[in-house]
Write a protein that binds this ligand. Structure first.
Ligand code: GLA
Length: 389
């Protein structure tokens, strides 16, 4: 991989003098969906697929950006001081957003850079390819400009780039998981105060299988922002009767007591998901720690039902994948993962059932939806870093 990337860098930028290699993973969330902007818990892990980047400083006062995944766009050059969102710059708005966000946070970007990117996360799959580009860019800037920002700060800067430069009002989960990931561990993160612990994922005789629906995500960003504002409206109404900062503070019983304060019945369901999913995530991590993987799987299934019926972010494609998974032998749990509206499902499947799982779920998906899903048996990798030789 290293050789191939440096070779391409030389082809694009003339030589690879002073260039270094960086990597940021994609992520999959095991449970705790649409809780991160409600002050709740999430339980994601970093993957061993992600975004590679070769980078160095240049003397041109320009950011020269090239992606092997968007090779037809060639090198996109932007001034190294004034970062402006431009629709036609496409994927480059992610790195530009990070450069902008560092400047905004008081970290001066003092020279141009040449950067070549290559990602092996399927685009738009809901495995956070965009956050992966953001975080790898942030790690490059931190390293080359010597910014004194720890990896939690790096994740917050990458989130700011997504929120304020790219206009997606996402929570902190993706950038945090990608910056802070740890091999063979998931991160139990409380998004209310960013406290976290690493939980070892020891799945004896089972693996994590991701199924990608290949559904184009279309209006996903606007629907995501809509869900978020529905939760905010529900919270504001609850706050008139109970002193809380966010929905993640409520237990199920407390929610049932105050839900009458929410005027729109749709928003009752949105808030109910946020509250119940948060409690479910706390219980799921306890189950895992107690070695009760069957209960963990059952809670994953319940998470999907809540995302389907109360939060309404699944859609026919993800429901087909998950409902087919539930019928298979050896499936411990299965649910949609990420924002929804397309993207991927995550399942825990016993080793000796994986081949049949992929075949059967794949067949059912093709017959129902009309195009194929892709399957990946994944491993949990480390967070973003410089790849030393
Ligand atoms: C997207 C967002 C995250 C999170 C998930 C849903 O991945 O980027 O912040 O809200 O959706 O859990």
């Amino acid at each position: 991989m290293r050789e191939k990337l440096f070779q391409k860098f030389e082809e694009v930028f003339g030589d690879s003098k002073d260039a270094a290699l960086y990597f940021a993973p994609g992520r999959v969330n095991l449970i705790g969906e649409h809780t991160d902007y409600n002050g709740g818990h999430v339980f994601p892990c970093a993957l061993n697929i992600g975004t590679y980047a070769v980078a160095r400083k240049n003397k041109e006062n320009k950011m020269n950006l090239y992606s092997m995944n968007f090779a037809s766009m060639g090198v996109v050059s932007v001034p190294a001081s004034d970062f402006v969102y431009k629709k036609e710059d496409n994927w480059c708005n992610y790195p530009k957003g990070v450069m902008w966000a560092f400047q905004e946070e008081g970290y001066p970007v003092t020279s141009g850079l040449d950067i070549l990117y290559f990602g092996n996360i399927p685009n738009g799959s809901g495995l956070s390819s965009s956050a992966s580009i953001e975080v790898v860019t942030a790690v490059i800037l931190k390293d080359l400009f010597g910014f004194d920002a720890d990896m939690v700060k790096v994740s917050l800067i990458a989130q700011k780039a997504e929120n304020q430069f790219n206009g997606v009002n996402c929570g902190i989960m993706d950038q945090f998981a990608i910056a802070m990931g740890k091999k063979d561990h998931a991160i139990f993160l409380d998004t209310a105060d960013l406290s976290y612990t690493y939980a070892p994922i020891r799945l004896d005789h089972a693996k994590i299988v991701i199924a990608c629906s290949n559904k184009k995500r279309g209006l996903a960003d606007s629907k995501y922002n809509e869900r978020r504002s529905q939760c905010e409206t529900a919270l504001a109404e609850i706050q008139k009767v109970k002193d809380i900062k966010n929905l993640g503070e409520l237990t199920e019983e407390e929610f049932e007591e105050v839900k009458g304060a929410i005027s729109d019945p749709v928003n009752v369901r949105r808030a109910r998901h946020a509250v119940y999913e948060n409690q479910r995530t706390i219980r799921a991590v306890k189950a895992l720690q107690a070695g009760d993987i069957a209960l963990f799987g059952k809670l994953m299934n319940e998470s999907h039902v809540s995302l389907r019926d109360d939060y309404e972010v699944t859609g026919k494609e993800l429901d087909t994948l998950v409902e087919a998974a539930w019928e298979q032998k050896g499936v411990i749990g299965s649910r949609m993962t990420g924002a929804g509206f397309g993207g991927c499902t995550v399942s825990i499947v016993e080793d000796d059932s994986i081949d049949a799982f992929i075949e059967q779920v794949g067949k059912k998906y093709l017959a129902t939806i009309g195009y194929a899903a892709d399957f990946y048996v994944v491993e949990i990798g480390d967070g973003a870093h410089k790849v030393e030789e």
